[in-house]
Design a protein. Structure first.
Lengths: 318, 273
């Protein structure tokens, strides 16, 4: 399957995203001249929303890809390695102790937690050496559950439960000018991911292979975790969590194209955009004029895909 | 020349290597043999800087490995430990291209592509180079991984049990290909293996380890003596000659043969045919 199709799908969905919403706005309006209201809707809401969908979808997919490579496990992703829950705990801590601080400080605290949580899980994986790869995401979800319940406990104590759960719910409906710009911070992470793609693939073949080829395995793993943690923190702080995205997109890419990270990074980015756009549009259309947050549509689609992947793996018995 | 000097390695209370000194000469095929747990793989890992030694030193051309830059070292010594459990969906050619990483960092030049072609040809993978690794048979995958380190074009190639899980036909094929690397390209190949007969036939030199010490170190054919083999493996072994090639019989009947005095050269030939 060529990726021209994917590109076409991404463009069509992006256009659909721009022209969907409560305020009537059609492509013909653009040609015939827009009213003031329409221009404002477009500039303040529709375009920021589209951009944030693209940035978040692309970067979370790439995060999953990097994590799966480094953990040598197809089922590891920010959702299944405690990254999202650690980020949530970080946001809570930043709200408690740096309440008045600007979003950037809050993001840095969240980032530190995301990094530490993911790093601890990866170290745990190295030690446990679970035989069956299917157990690793399950262990990761339990680990995330423990961190998450700690966060909930603290939140209950300080009466912040609602704030915390609102952070957790991925939703693009609030992405407007002035609220989404932080997402541009994922762009350097994406560029780094592309530049170091070969290193990640090599590290994915194990520490021995990496050392043999003159690479510092630790350095590559730390760089990868840094990219994953910072991207996740940025996306969670601005959009909220996008569950399973980092799991399903890289797995589909692997099934359809293969595992050469450098070569398939563009496809991963495109597919991430397409899946995120489609899930967001679905949420906007299903109960129009109301919206279902993407957290829900992605969660349903993602968990079905996750089960499919596990069954497929068992069937292939490899 | 790669020299391991007085290497000591302990895992907890167990001493895996006890003052082992081994020299790998350039332009030879050297085999490390010995029973399980003798320390063969550990020695190979230490000689290729994958595992640090507790005491002793490994030198490449007189200079300790630790004093080499890791990228420079990756152009001198290559090593392959695991063969089969990489679950990546890469094509053979993509995998082999990673062997050029120490030179090009992933942006393959024309010279790199040629080196990849040579490695694919050397391992007879030309026609399946665009297949995915998970579509290959065990023997083909084995050769694909060996081709990756061959493409690295190092003077020294260390392989840990390349014949593991490979049937007779493909084991012989791998050994022939390694032999060719030594003879045609002048590389030095070090192989950890279990099959004494293949080691004796295809190696220039054999280093036998036993309980963390060197039990034999010399020309491969010299190892094929019942006394030496018994010392290394702790079982009675009968040695005979077929087509002027020394072979040993080490399975159950060997004890019988030795007891009956059938250890004279040629005596076991009819039984093996």
């Amino acid at each position: 399957m060529g990726w021209a199709w994917l590109l076409a799908a991404a463009v069509i969905l992006a256009v659909a995203s721009l022209f969907s919403g409560v305020t009537p706005l059609t492509p013909t309006d653009v040609l015939e001249g827009l009213s003031d209201v329409q221009v404002r809707v477009l500039v303040l809401s529709r375009i920021p929303r589209l951009l944030s969908i693209l940035l978040a979808g692309m970067s979370m997919s790439v995060c999953g890809l990097i994590m799966q490579r480094l953990a040598q496990n197809r089922f590891v992703s920010p959702t299944t390695a405690g990254t999202l829950d650690a980020t949530r705990l970080g946001i809570l801590v930043s709200m408690l102790f740096f309440g008045a601080a600007p979003p950037l400080v809050r993001m840095l605290v969240a980032l530190a937690f995301a990094w530490a949580g993911t790093w601890a899980f990866m170290r745990m994986l190295e030690r446990i050496k679970l035989r069956d790869p299917v157990f690793i995401p399950l262990a990761g979800m339990m680990y995330g559950g423990i961190i998450g319940s700690a966060a909930t406990y603290v939140a209950v104590q300080y009466d912040l439960v609602q704030n915390v759960s609102s952070w957790l719910l991925g939703d693009f409906s609030l992405m407007m000018r002035g609220r989404y710009e932080l997402l541009y911070a994922v762009v350097p992470a994406l560029v780094l991911a592309y530049l170091y793609a070969n290193q990640f693939t090599i590290a994915g073949m194990g520490e021995d292979v990496a050392t043999n080829l003159g690479l510092s395995y630790r350095a590559v793993v730390n760089l990868g975790l840094g990219i994953v943690a910072s991207t996740t923190a940025v996306v969670v702080v601005t959009v909220g969590t996008l569950p399973f995205l980092g799991l399903i997109v890289p797995n589909l890419v692997s099934i359809l194209w293969g595992d050469n990270l450098r070569r398939h990074l563009p496809v991963t980015v495109l597919l991430g955009a397409v899946v995120t756009l489609a899930c967001d549009l679905l949420g906007r259309w299903l109960i129009f004029p109301y919206e279902i947050p993407i957290n829900v549509t992605l969660g349903v689609l993602g968990s079905v895909m996750f089960l499919f992947l596990i069954v497929r793996r068992t069937a292939h018995a490899g | 020349m790669v020299e391991a000097h007085a290497i000591v390695k302990r895992y907890g209370p167990r001493t895996v290597l006890n003052q082992v000194s081994v020299t790998v000469e350039p332009g030879q095929l050297t085999s490390f043999i010995g029973p399980n747990g003798a320390g063969k793989s550990t020695l190979l890992s230490i000689m290729t800087r994958l595992v640090p030694a507790d005491a002793g030193e490994v030198r490449l051309d007189g200079r300790p490995l630790a004093r080499y830059d890791s990228r420079e070292l990756a152009r001198r010594i290559s090593v392959l430990r695991q063969f089969n459990h990489v679950p990546l969906r890469l094509t053979v050619r993509e995998l082999v291209s990673f062997g050029r990483f120490p030179y090009s960092h992933g942006r393959l030049t024309k010279a790199d592509e040629e080196a990849v072609d040579r490695a694919l040809a050397a391992m007879e993978l030309g026609d399946i180079q665009h297949k995915l690794l998970d579509q290959l048979s065990g023997g083909q995958r084995q050769r694909a991984f060996i081709a990756m380190v061959v493409a690295q074009e190092t003077d020294y190639v260390f392989l840990d049990e390349p014949l593991n899980n490979v049937d007779m036909k493909h084991a012989v094929q791998v050994m022939k290909l390694l032999r060719r690397l030594v003879e045609e390209e002048g590389r030095s190949v070090v192989v950890v293996m279990h099959d004494v007969n293949l080691a004796a036939y295809y190696s220039d030199r054999v280093v036998a380890l036993k309980e963390g010490c060197v039990a034999f170190d010399g020309p491969a054919q010299d190892m094929m003596e019942p006394a030496i083999l018994k010392n290394v493996f702790g079982i009675d072994v009968a040695v005979g000659e077929i087509h002027s090639c020394r072979v040993c019989v080490y399975f159950a009947e060997a004890e019988q043969l030795a007891a009956n005095g059938h250890v004279a050269q040629g005596a076991i030939a009819p039984r093996l045919k």
